[in-house]
Design a protein around this ligand. Structure first.
Ligand SMILES: Nc1ncnc2c1ncn2[C@@H]1O[C@H](COP(=O)(O)OP(=O)(O)OP(=O)(O)O)[C@@H](O)[C@H]1O
Length: 287
C-alpha cells in the first residue's frame, strides 16, 4: 500500500518513478515512487534489506536504472550520468576516508577528484573542514580520529564540491548519541547556510523524527508511507481511534507508524530494528 506517492513537480531535487532494481531473483527495489523537494532534509527509513542503499546507488548513478526513471534536478540519471554526478555529494556506508592521511589531505583528495579549481582548493578544503568542526584536528592523521570525527570528515569530503544534493547512507550508525547529534547539527548548519537538499537513509526513528522535514517509510523495495513525522504519527493516531482505540492512548511514535505500515511483513527475514542496531555494516572503520 502506497498512501502518498505524491505528484512530482519537474523541479524537485530527486524524482524516482516506478524505479526497480533486482539482484538476480531478489527484487531489491520494486516500483519505488519518490520525490524529494529542493532544500528539504528527506529521510528514507527502513529495516535491513528494505532496498534503501540500492535505491540510493541508482540515484547516485553508481548502479544503472534498468527499469523506471530517476531524475536529479531534472537530469535523467540513466542518460545524463555526469550531469547528475556533478550535482551531488555522497557519503556511502563504506569507508571513504584514508587512515594514513590527515583530515586535510583526505578532503584535498576529494577536492581534486571533484575538480575544484586549483586556486580555490585550499580555501574550499579549509571551509569544508570548518563546516564540520574539524579545523583544529585537520592536520592530524585520520587514524587518530574518533568514530564521530571520521563521519564528520567524510561529510567534509562530500561538502568540498559544494553539492546541491547531499546523499548520506546511514551517517550516524554505530556512533554514540553525542557523536550522532554532532553529525546532525553539522548537516543542519550547512543545509541552512547553503540551501542544499539532503537525502539520508537511517534506521534511527528518533533521528528521522528530530531532523528530517519529511520521511518515506520503505519496506520491501517500495515507499509504504510518506509525510512529515508529525503527519505520519497523527495519521496512525486517527486510524487507531477510528478502530476504537481510546483517546487516552499515548500518541503513536514513528516506530509505531512503521510497524503499522509494514504489518506482519516486518519479520525475521526482512530484519527488525533491534537486528539493525546490532548489525553494524560499517563497524570496522578506521582502526
Ligand atoms: N550486491 C548484491 N548482490 C545481491 N543481493 C544484494 C546486493 N546488494 C543488496 N542485495 C539485496 O537486495 C536487498 C536490498 O538491499 P539493500 O542493501 O538495498 O537494503 P538496505 O535497505 O539498504 O539494507 P541495510 O539497512 O542492511 O543496508 C536485500 O535483500 C539484499 O540482500
Amino acid at each position: 500500500m502506497t498512501r502518498h506517492a505524491g505528484a512530482a513537480p519537474a523541479d524537485d531535487a530527486v524524482v524516482c518513478t516506478r524505479l526497480a532494481y533486482a539482484f538476480g531473483g531478489t527484487k531489491a527495489v520494486d516500483g519505488l515512487d519518490l520525490s524529494v523537494r529542493r532544500g528539504e532534509v528527506f529521510g528514507l527509513l527502513g529495516p535491513n534489506g528494505a532496498g534503501k542503499t540500492t535505491a540510493i546507488r541508482c540515484i547516485t548513478t553508481l548502479l544503472p536504472v534498468p527499469s523506471g526513471m530517476v531524475r536529479v534536478f531534472g537530469h535523467d540519471a540513466a542518460r545524463d550520468r555526469m550531469a547528475v554526478r556533478r550535482l551531488l555529494g555522497y557519503v556511502p556506508q563504506q569507508l571513504s576516508a584514508d587512515a594514513a592521511l590527515t583530515g586535510r589531505e583526505n578532503v584535498t583528495l576529494f577536492a581534486r577528484v571533484f575538480d575544484v579549481p586549483r586556486r580555490e582548493r585550499a580555501a574550499r578544503v579549509a571551509q569544508a573542514l570548518a563546516a564540520v568542526g574539524l579545523s583544529d584536528a585537520a592536520d592530524r592523521l585520520a587514524n587518530t580520529y574518533s568514530g564521530g570525527m571520521v563521519r564528520r570528515l567524510e561529510l567534509a569530503q562530500a561538502l568540498v564540491s559544494a553539492p546541491r544534493l547531499l546523499i548520506l547512507d546511514e551517517p550516524t550508525i554505530g556512533l554514540d548519541p553525542i557523536a550522532r547529534s554532532g553529525v546532525w547539527e553539522h548537516i543542519d548548519t550547512v543545509r541552512a547556510a547553503t540551501g542544499m537538499t539532503v537525502l539520508v537513509t537511517t534506521h534511527y526513528m528518533d533521528e528521522a523524527d528530530q531532523y528530517c522535514d519529511r520521511v518515506g517509510l520503505m519496506h520491501r523495495g517500495r515507499i509504504r508511507d510518506l509525510g512529515t513525522p508529525a503527519e505520519l504519527c497523527q495519521g496512525l493516531g486517527e486510524r487507531r481511534r477510528a478502530q476504537g482505540a481510546p483517546a487516552t492512548d499515548p500518541p503513536p511514535t514513528l516506530e509505531d507508524v512503521f510497524r503499522d505500515v509494514a504489518g506482519s511483513g516486518l519479520d525475521d527475514s526482512s530484519g527488525d530494528f533491534r537486528d539493525v542496531r546490532s548489525t553494524r555494516r560499517t563497524a570496522h572503520r578506521l582502526g
